[in-house]
Design a protein around this ligand. Structure first.
Ligand code: NAP
Length: 280
């Protein structure tokens, strides 16, 4: 699977990882089998959050973490309401306990909140000093918010910005992606399948996806994942609770689309005008 440097961490991380949102509602054995298979196939970047199922997702995935800890690039997130200086440290310790590990590879602020950012960043630094996290990043930050975070943290500190990015929502390409590229921050694309609203096969865009997929013996979703990760600054984390879905997604990990395919997708799923950063 293609690997990309994760921000300033020096770690190479595969282009396709695994999301875990809503997994607490899916069948436990199936979820664990899908995650395990995904890891076996190279999708070692696992994204979770204390928010997901109010901590139940972190507990749910702990067996897979235990089996594969040293291979994984494990990411969790602090909720903005917990992101005071002391609250961030306690939240991280609770996440570590639920996940059954002594460290996270990256820890994110889930979205900008009301606690002053300098306190959250000071807590992240403390967690790094204590070996509880190896790097930190943000999520749902627009370019102005990234600028503010970089001003507090200094250069080369923010590992990633995790943001909404799928075929129907390319807003990050206006300002967030250029900012991240200019500052060495990895963009992690969340909800790459539109969180359940993937283009229908009979829609105009769906037909373009199908045509490209058929030409290369791929599936439309694999084409979508390859399109979203066409920029070397971008990784993605589709969520799959079914083993067959995890296998299909991993199959996109070596894929580089031809410029003509990228151009056809650009036309079928237009960027649209400059707008604020959407999130879900
Ligand atoms: P998503 O990955 O866009 O879509 C997940 C849906 O697609 C699930 O219903 C899944 O089904 C289905 N699916 C996955 N692979 C498939 C395949 N190969 N064929 C057919 N269906 C497939 O949605 P998401 O969960 O919203 O986003 C991904 C991850 O991003 C989350 O899980 C979470 O870790 C992260 N995220 C972060 C934020 C944030 O604010 N930072 C917000 C949203 C999401 P099954 O589960 O049944 O396999």
């Amino acid at each position: 699977m293609l690997q990309r440097l994760f921000g300033p961490t020096g770690r190479a991380v595969p282009v396709i990882g695994q999301g875990t949102w809503n997994m607490e509602s899916d069948e436990r054995a199936g979820v664990l089998a899908a995650l395990r298979r995904g890891v076996e196939l190279g999708m070692i970047h696992i994204d979770t959050a204390e928010l997901y199922g109010s901590g139940r997702v972190e507990s749910l995935i702990a067996p897979v973490v235990a089996e594969h800890r040293d291979r994984l690039f494990l990411v969790s997130k602090v909720m903005p309401s917990n992101a005071s200086r002391a609250g961030t440290i306690s939240a991280c310790e609770r996440s570590l306990k639920r996940l059954g590990t002594d460290r996270l590879d990256c820890y994110l602020l889930h979205w900008p909140g009301s606690h002053p950012l300098d306190g959250t960043i000071a807590a992240f630094q403390r967690l790094i000093d204590d070996g509880k996290i190896l790097s930190w990043g943000v999520s749902n930050f627009d370019a102005r918010e990234l600028e503010a975070a970089a001003k507090i943290a200094g250069p080369g500190k923010i590992a990633c910005n995790q943001v909404l990015y799928h075929l129907g929502e390319r807003a990050i390409e206006h300002a967030v992606l250029p900012w991240c590229k200019a500052h060495g921050v990895t963009v992690v694309a969340y909800s790459p399948f539109g969180s359940g609203s993937f283009p229908a096969p009979n829609s105009e865009g769906g037909r373009v996806l199908q045509r490209i997929a058929s030409t290369h013996r791929l599936t439309p979703r694999q084409v979508a994942l390859a399109y979203l990760t066409r920029d070397p600054a971008v990784l993605t984390i589709p969520k799959a609770s079914r083993l067959a879905h995890a296998e299909e997604n991993a199959g996109a990990g070596d894929l580089v689309l031809a410029a003509s395919d990228v151009a056809a997708l650009d036309r079928a799923f237009p960027l649209g005008s400059r707008r604020g950063l959407p999130m879900i």
